[in-house]
Design a protein around this ligand. Structure first.
Ligand code: KG4
Ligand code: ZN
Length: 338
């Protein structure tokens, strides 16, 4: 089955053509980083406008690269939630029009389900049940995946997402937006014990996260050093922050997996590219005989192939959307409400 998928929930206009949910035939993404980084974050109106500008060309590039025609497409898939509403609406309306014009089914996909499904592309033999960690610019979730369409939230952030925290730390250290990658790179050159940063206390649910206290501590630390006129050691600050952030996600993920009697773990989302997060989760999981699966870095950040992968899972599970013209975007629906 050939699926053409569209992802436009934030600032990447991504379109893919994927065979049977596991084999990527083509993927092209127009990144808007250069447009937004001078503002230090994504400007929602500008993001939506840029999606409008690029979505047709990015789709055409996929058809050109694969040599396929629109008549070869069996299903159209699109991220309909959650995300920036203007950005989502561009993808949803483009997908509705495309599916209608070629008279093919349209499958709406939840963005967090798609991030999890990225793992099926890199590991075609992977099957539920497993525990999934989704860590990105907008999400920090531990999710129990009991089937291709059954998802239960075990823990989530009560305030900032981990990627958002990385981006704020990067900003105060004067790195361009989005700065997670730069923090990761310099952290590898620093001393993780240089600064004592707080390990956030668990709330009522031990698997929930809180990153705002940690973020504020890093910002205060940098401002204090600046006020004293002392030099800022970027490497040591990044290393001390990354040490705590990666320990938090790894500890909670491993204990949630053991508590639920599962033996497989997946990680995905942009922050799953992080070197220390990947290493720490793998070494902790090994100690408990748990298997870890993660997508290649290009499938961790936002991309349309993961949307096609989840759409395929929904299609073969009989979850087919029959009301294409009524489909609407939704900025905030949870994975359990989807
Ligand atoms: O999944 P994604 O592309 O978009 C969302 O759905 O949010 O994730 C983007 C996030 C950004 O916050 C970016 O700084 C972060 O992923 N990121 C990283 C790394 N690479 C990307 N954070 C830490 N370490 C990295 N190596
Ligand atoms: Zn994402």
């Amino acid at each position: 089955m050939i699926i053409l998928a569209i992802e436009s929930s934030c600032d990447d206009t991504s379109v893919s053509i994927v065979k049977d949910g596991r084999t990527v035939l083509s993927q092209f993404t127009n990144s808007q980083i250069d447009v937004h980084n001078k503002f230090g974050g994504v400007l929602p109106d500008l993001a939506a406008r840029k999606h409008c500008e690029f979505i047709s060309a990015v789709t055409q590039k996929n058809l050109d690269a694969t040599g396929l025609n629109l008549s070869d497409i069996d299903v159209v898939a699109v991220t309909y939630a959650p995300g920036l509403i203007g950005s989502l609406l561009v993808g949803v309306n483009f997908a509705k029009a495309l599916a209608y014009s070629i008279k093919k089914p349209l499958i709406p996909v939840h963005h967090i389900k798609a991030h999890i499904a990225a793992n099926y592309i890199t590991h075609p033999d992977l099957k539920p049940p497993f525990m999934a960690l989704v860590i990105s610019g907008g999400h920090t979730h531990i999710i129990e995946v009991s089937s291709y369409y059954n998802f239960k939230i075990i823990g989530k952030t009560q305030d900032d997402a981990i990627g958002e925290t990385y981006d704020k730390v990067a900003r105060v250290l004067n790195f361009p937006y989005p700065g997670g990658l730069y923090v990761d790179q310099v952290a590898q050159l620093g001393n993780p014990e240089a600064y004592k940063l707080p390990y956030p206390k668990a709330g009522v649910n031990p698997f929930d996260f809180s990153f705002s206290g940690l973020k504020t501590s890093v910002l205060n630390l940098v401002h204090n050093i600046k006020q004293k006129g002392l030099p800022i050691n970027h490497n040591d600050i990044a290393a001390s922050f990354q040490h705590i952030a990666s320990t938090i996600v790894s500890d909670k993920l491993i204990s949630a997996t053991i508590k639920s009697n599962l033996n497989k773990i997946t990680i995905s989302g942009g922050v799953a590219c992080n070197s220390e997060v990947r290493n720490k989760i793998v070494s902790n999981a090994n100690k408990h005989n748990l298997n870890v699966f993660m997508p290649t870095p290009d499938l961790c950040t936002d991309n349309a192939s993961m949307v096609a992968s989840q759409a395929y899972n929904q299609y073969i599970s009989g979850y087919i959307y029959n009301d294409n013209l009524r489909l609407n975007a939704n900025s905030s629906i949870t994975i359990e409400q989807d």
